[in-house]
Design a protein around this ligand. Structure first.
Ligand code: ACO
Length: 432
């Protein structure tokens, strides 16, 4: 069997043979297909990149039909059960799990870069008390680049490593301090004796106690949530990190762009929408009526369905178990009963079964965050902390990929042909 595609151009009657590699053809090969010598050549049109592979990647695999998510080949379920977020971050960035020595060094390095420059701390005071924490995160990530001039040397592996460590280390500090700012509480400095998530909880919630002791169940739950959110291949924010980074922009500004993409309600905001929906339903008795309204297309069942997963979002299964562990400590979130009832009814309803609509990662995560004391505005920030590891892995893979160049799509121009400038006093046509 020949791994090629034969194309007949009916405009000219000419035939072309294009190589098929890994189930794809190279869009650049289409440029050979021309009606004349002056013709630019054929292009593919793919708004929103729905059927275009923009890179070759060895980081994350999603098989939506089979409900599979793997980081560097390791199933997400095994990582969630046996690994830690920092180990997973190492895996995503380096391709292999660390040895014991590598792990110790990695954790030590991250732990010793958690402080942020005091000038940046001062700039936090310039934000209003009700500033959205995610807006603050986006700007702090960009602002960090101004403290690290060397980060511009993106082609230098040692420099890249230095700033990757700094970013992973500082994300929880920035995130916690946006929360402290919005609650008017003093910023809490990192405690190097605590774990990555233990220290994060310390910077979020410590008050007058001399030594903060994170609850081990909540510390572990947050770590598992971080593992589940660490990467998800070429999503909107990873693509933003790659596209901006392809201009050789430093990693801080590339990640600011990625965080800005995550801020959008179609990307990082669905768990907030789930909470709003559960509150709106209000009581378990109202669930059947709500489900019927979904079927009548009056609204969507938030936290259900996924563009890629058409079997089950494997992260949702882990999160559901985690939610029960957290509620044993925090007390049962009263909205969980509504969520469980929605899930039970929807999973047995033909409308949802036929369309392969299952709970996604966001269906339960918001309930956990709320029970742990986070306001909904913090949800995208909680997503951004672990996803920084994925963004950095994607960014680094792009920088070291010899085939990649500055990301620069083509367009189909549909505007005016050339026309002459009309002086102001002679214009009759208005754009509106
Ligand atoms: N509730 C009710 N019906 C739904 C839902 C839902 N949540 N999701 C999809 N459908 C229906 C659609 O009406 C459509 O039905 P039809 O074919 O009869 O018209 C069919 O299922 C297919 O829906 P699409 O919108 O074509 O699916 P798509 O893959 O484009 O959308 C998406 C995926 C955006 C996630 C969608 O399922 C949705 O809006 N879900 C709710 C929001 C949500 O939970 N988003 C978080 C996703 S996970 C994440 O980003 C981290």
């Amino acid at each position: 069997m020949s791994e090629t595609l034969t194309i007949t151009d009916n405009r000219t009657g000419k035939q072309y043979e294009v190589a098929i590699t890994d189930g794809t053809i190279r869009a650049a090969d289409l440029r050979e297909i021309k009606v004349s010598e002056e013709d630019f050549g054929l292009m593919s049109y793919d708004p929103a990149f729905k059927n275009t592979a923009s890179c070759r990647s060895a980081i994350t695999l999603i098989d939506g039909e089979r409900g599979i998510l793997r980081y560097r080949g390791y199933p997400i379920e095994q990582l969630a059960e046996q690994s830690s977020f920092l180990e997973v971050a190492y895996l995503l960035l380096n391709g292999e799990l660390p040895t014991a020595d590598e792990h110790a060094k990695w954790v030590d390095e991250i732990t010793h870069h958690t402080y942020i420059h005091e000038y940046l701390t001062k700039s936090m005071d310039g934000y209003r008390y009700d500033a959205h924490p995610m807006g603050m995160m986006v700007s702090f990530l960009g602002a960090l680049s101004t403290f690290y001039e060397s980060s511009k040397e993106v082609r230098n592996p040692a420099v890249r490593r230095e700033h990757i460590i700094k970013i992973i280390a500082k994300m929880p500090t920035l995130a916690a301090w946006t929360f402290r700012h919005s609650t008017g509480r003093p910023y809490i400095y990192p405690d190097n004796e605590l774990s990555y998530t233990g220290n994060f909880l310390n910077m979020l919630f410590r008050m007058a106690e001399p030594k903060y002791e994170p609850h081990p169940v909540l510390e572990r739950a947050l770590d598992v949530l971080f593992i589940l959110h660490a990467d998800h291949e070429q999503n909107c924010s990873a693509n933003s990190a790659r596209a901006v980074g392809s201009a050789e922009t430093d990693p801080y500004c590339s990640l600011a762009a990625a965080a800005a993409a995550l801020y959008g309600p179609l990307h990082g905001g669905a768990n907030e929408a789930v909470l709003r929906m559960l509150k709106q339903i209000g009581h378990i008795d109202n669930v059947p009526e709500f489900i019927q309204a979904c079927k009548d297309r009056k609204h969507r069942l938030m936290g259900f369905g996924h563009r890629v997963y058409k079997n089950y979002d494997p992260r949702a299964r882990v999160i559901k178990t985690l939610a029960h562990d957290v509620f044993k400590v925090t007390g049962r979130n009263p909205l969980i009963d509504i969520a469980l009832e929605l899930e039970t009814i929807a999973l047995n309803d033909e409308f949802f079964v036929e369309r392969k609509l299952y709970p996604n990662v966001d269906f339960y995560s918001g309930l956990i965050y709320q029970s742990m004391g986070f306001p909904t505005t913090m949800f995208p920030v909680l997503f951004a902390i672990p996803r920084a590891a994925g963004w950095l892995a994607q960014w680094q893979e792009m920088i070291t990929d010899k085939e990649q160049k500055i990301a620069r799509p083509r367009q189909i121009y549909i505007g005016h042909d050339e026309r002459d400038y009309v002086p102001l006093d002679q214009r009759t046509q208005s754009a509106s």
